[in-house]
Write a protein that binds this ligand. Sequence first.
Ligand SMILES: N[C@@H](CCC(=O)N[C@@H](CS)C(=O)NCC(=O)O)C(=O)O
Length: 200
Amino acid sequence: MKLYFSPLACSMATRISLYEAGATAELIEVEPSDAAYARVNPLGQVPALVRDDGSLLTENAAILQYVADRFPEANLAPRDAEGRTRLQQWLSFIGTELHKVVFGVLVDKEAPPEAKKYAVEKAQRRLDWLAAHVEGRDTLLDRFSVADAYLLTVLNWSVVTPIDLKKWPAIERYVGKMRARPSVAKAMGEEMTLYARRQA
Ligand SMILES: N[C@@H](CCC(=O)N[C@@H](CS)C(=O)NCC(=O)O)C(=O)O
């Protein structure tokens, strides 16, 4: 299995999930906009997972659930119907409402100021809703799941945006708990080093 990633991008959710599962994969760092990478993923986006049979899987929600199903002993996704439905609810919310509508726009150097203003406005209600859910909880579902790996990865980006998570103490606490997990600390440490190397 090969995971194509960019440091601190949403692909880090898959790295965290692989570490949670104690699984190994070839981790290949790419610049999504590179022409050479378009031969792997014509969308020019990370993450991309090339599975052992050579087939390509894209989209965080699909890749994360694939990893969870490939390593079931790690319990990274509920197996019952209701649990899986809730997992998909969270993966959709994180992917569409937080990643693409809010944080993805705010970290995009090419997004115009009007788009960033719109993203900040949209953030309030979405983060209020998230805060109400994580109040008093350490994980989105009954236990750690791939949705937590994705959420933590996206919330990490807030530090370079006008969104101050201090306004939502329950979310700040959740992020603190997540960062203390060995899988998250390892993935973040490694990707921060790679990111700093890129910036230098
Ligand atoms: N719908 C995709 C979005 C992935 C995505 O937005 N990836 C970003 C990095 S976090 C990216 O590669 N951006 C480059 C681009 O979109 O051109 C998914 O859920 O996997």
